[in-house]
Design a protein around this ligand. Structure first.
Ligand code: FO1
Length: 313
């Protein structure tokens, strides 16, 4: 079994490579829910949906989220009614959200719903939300006065422009891991931290105490792929957030966030000059092409990471 800790777009691409590697091994993806939001009474789980839409080839690849070729009739009707429409939900996406709402209201957990949707798309892996309880990433942003925003208000409504002063994971103290999460970490021959934003996507998973505990014990089997390449985030605001919270915009900054939980770090060849300082911090370093621009490069990266994992088991 291989367990992958996941945010959205970067994780979805890595999972595509892993699935197309024909590993013949069970893949469990533990997915961030800190980005989740309630909108018009619907439960939005952007990272789970981004992974499902990507792996089923429904995703709008240009944006990295939502369904390609969507229509927006429901959204334009909401606009006519004067409802807030800063969060773009397409008509087909709303169909999925109605189904999620129906199942949640019938007493199913987010895990149950995620399994049902994963199976409906015939995807060859288990997707598990990190927790079934409410855990929300809240972002303290600079202003006059400073404001505490939900993740989506910061990311989508404010277009991740405000300067981030702090991150809080509301509900993380009470949150329990979803069934199967700790067991997957304990019994996997390797745990992979996908190239996702360490502070916005991985830290909300690490905020759950029992997951942290399991990962600390799996440290030697855990491999992180840096989402920072050549001093920039591959996608999104990870670079600016690392900097404003006092971390280096480099694999070293990402490694600092993840240090208690990883034995190996995979960095891009353009960052090869950083190997030595990462190694002197006690990490094994693997240098390879991490830019997942084609299915071949995704499969190559997955192969490389898995072959490193073989050496650890
Ligand atoms: N991202 C945007 O930048 N603008 C949107 O309007 C937007 C809508 C949206 C709807 C459903 C969904 O599953 C994701 C959506 N995203 C949107 C992406 C998402 O909010 C972020 O990319 C992730 O939360 C960051 O990991």
């Amino acid at each position: 079994m291989i367990t992958v800790l996941c945010g959205g777009v970067g994780a979805a691409k890595f999972l595509e490579g892993l699935i197309h590697s024909n590993l013949n091994e069970e893949i469990v993806a533990i997915v961030n829910v800190g980005d989740d939001e309630e909108m018009y009474g619907l439960h939005i789980s952007p990272d789970i949906d981004t992974i499902i839409y990507t792996l089923s080839d429904l995703v709008d690849r240009e944006r990295g989220w939502g369904i390609k070729g969507e229509s927006y009739q429901a959204l334009s009707r909401l606009k006519e009614l004067g409802a807030p429409t800063w969060f773009t939900l397409g008509d087909r996406d709303i169909g999925l959200h109605l189904y999620r709402k129906h199942l949640l209201e019938s007493g199913h957990t987010l895990s149950d719903v995620t399994t049902a949707i994963t199976q409906a798309h015939n995807l060859p892996l288990s997707l598990i939300p990190s927790t079934n309880q409410k855990l929300r990433t809240m972002i303290l942003v600079e202003g006059e006065p400073d404001e505490l925003l939900s993740f989506q208000k910061y990311f989508v409504e404010r277009r991740h422009q405000p300067t981030v002063k702090g991150l809080y994971f509301l509900g993380s103290t009470e949150a329990q891991p979803s069934p199967g999460v700790v067991e997957a970490i304990e019994s996997s021959r390797a745990v992979i931290i996908a190239p996702s934003n360490p502070l916005l996507s991985i830290a909300p998973i690490l905020a759950i105490e029992a997951i942290r505990g399991a990962l600390e014990k799996a440290k030697e089997r855990t491999i992180a792929i840096s989402p920072i390449v050549g001093g920039r985030a591959i996608k999104g605001p990870a670079d600016r957030i690392l900097e404003s919270l006092g971390y280096a915009i480099s694999p070293e900054g990402a490694a600092k966030v993840l240090a208690p939980y990883i034995g190996t770090m995979v960095i891009d060849t353009v960052d090869a000059h950083l190997s030595h300082s990462l190694e002197s911090g006690g990490l094994r370093v693997v240098t390879t092409n991490t830019m997942m621009t084609s299915i071949e490069s995704k499969v190559d990266l997955a192969h490389r990471v898995i072959s490193e994992a073989k050496d650890l088991s």
